[in-house]
Design a binder for this molecule. Structure first.
Ligand SMILES: Nc1ncnc2c1ncn2[C@@H]1O[C@H](COP(=O)(O)OP(=O)(O)OP(=O)(O)O)[C@@H](O)[C@H]1O
Ligand SMILES: [Mg+2]
Length: 371
């Protein structure tokens, strides 16, 4: 059942449209990730939901009631920001109890709620500790507890893990998902990290340039992108444009074509962008007998321990394809200059219609590499 409903939300700052006609619905208990490159309007969207920014137009409803013009302090929404923003001179107890105190709850209620939260975030015994005595990960858990302690209708998190190192961030992802599952609170989580968005979201909202590109579950967003931007942003791939020749074949020009799996909503004649995902292309020195096969020349290899990435020029398509391969300790490597065969199954070829907006090349991927 729809719990949070956002309808045509728009925010302009002078001439700049930060968020344009964004609409989506979130079910109760759902964990939604909002992803997109820097400046695409993620924080602005979140701030409007929290009541910290007034929308230029559009509506926000929670559980059927319109909260668009309700001031922030009258919305029951917990917020966690990138920099935690714990009160430095308050103890962990006082930080977590803050929302309850503001709502006039008595000490007994505060104590019970804080105890419960400390157990959930696994920081029992930290009541009297000050933020500066906690590690980054601990502070972040306290910030999450503070946002949850007053039993909010909704929790909003804006890049809450970006100040943590990679390893801690990974364990905190699991931790946050566990906490959310345990409390069942509806959560919207902003990140510019694609892996985080895909691994954490029940649904993902992909934003670009203030506009919602797609709102769908992670598998759909990854496998059936609705815009070239989505295909390019989520995952690493090489793009070739063409025209749908039959429902299961794309003409790439110069006598080249690629077999694909049929998808609803496409008709021959459609202009499409074809994406060859790095991890779905395989590479061989012998010509494969099935699937889409292209000849290439290895130009470079990038050794990363358990993985090797090959950069391969495919002259017939005028592209360079990157192939990620998992290698064992005894595998021998291909070398630069070698002639190779690239293969991809029709069902692994990702494609999307090219609309007017995405006719020019988009390259947001650099903006969003894993930190
Ligand atoms: N208060 C403001 N006044 C003017 N422009 C603003 C204001 N807040 C945001 N913007 C602009 O609105 C656009 C969207 O900003 P927003 O902070 O929502 O992006 P974001 O997706 O959160 O980016 P990041 O990933 O860098 O945090 C940007 O172009 C930004 O410069
Ligand atoms: Mg932001």
């Amino acid at each position: 059942m729809t719990y949070l409903h956002i309808d045509n939300l728009t925010k302009r700052f002078g001439n700049l449209t930060a968020v344009q006609d964004v609409s989506f619905s979130v079910d109760e208990g759902e964990f939604v990730t909002v992803v997109g490159p820097s400046g695409c309007g993620k924080t602005t969207t979140l701030r409007m939901i929290a009541g910290l920014e007034e929308p230029t137009s559009g509506t926000i409803r929670i559980d059927g009631s319109d909260i668009t013009s309700l001031p922030a302090y009258r919305r029951d929404i917990g917020v966690v920001f990138q920099d935690y923003a714990l009160f430095p001179h308050k103890t962990v107890f006082e930080n977590i109890a803050f929302g309850l105190k503001m709502r006039g709850e008595d000490e007994q209620t505060q104590r019970e709620a804080v105890d419960e939260m400390l157990e959930i975030i696994d920081l029992e015994g930290y009541e009297d500790t000050y933020p500066h005595e906690c590690s980054g990960g601990e502070q972040q858990r306290v910030a999450v507890a503070r946002a949850l302690a007053f039993d909010p209708d909704l929790v909003l998190m804006d890049e809450p893990l970006s100040n943590l190192d990679k390893k801690l961030r990974q364990s905190m992802r699991t931790e946050l998902k566990r906490i959310q599952a345990e409390t069942g609170v509806t959560t919207i989580y902003v990140t510019h990290n694609q892996t985080e968005a895909l691994s954490m979201g029940d649904d993902i909202a992909v934003l670009n340039d203030g506009q919602l590109q797609q709102f769908d579950d992670p598998k759909r967003v990854y496998r059936e992108p609705e815009a070239p931007f989505v295909a390019d942003f989520l995952g690493q791939s090489s793009r070739v444009d063409g025209v749908l020749e039959t429902p299961s074949r794309v003409d790439l020009g110069d006598g080249n074509s690629v077999a694909i799996s049929e998808r609803d909503g496409f008709t021959p004649g459609d202009e499409v962008a074809v994406f060859l995902r790095n991890e779905l292309v395989s590479i061989a020195t012998e010509q494969p007998s099935t699937g889409n096969v292209f000849e290439g020349i290895v130009t470079e290899l990038d050794y990363q321990g358990g993985e090797v990435n090959y950069f391969v020029d495919v002259p017939s398509l005028d592209i360079s394809v990157q192939v990620s391969t998992v290698v064992s300790q005894t595998d021998s490597f291909l070398e630069a200059g070698m002639d190779v065969w690239m293969q991809i199954d029709p069902s692994d070829v990702i494609y999307t219609r090219i609309d007017d907006q995405s006719r020019t090349e988009v390259s947001p991927a650099e903006a969003a590499v894993e930190q």
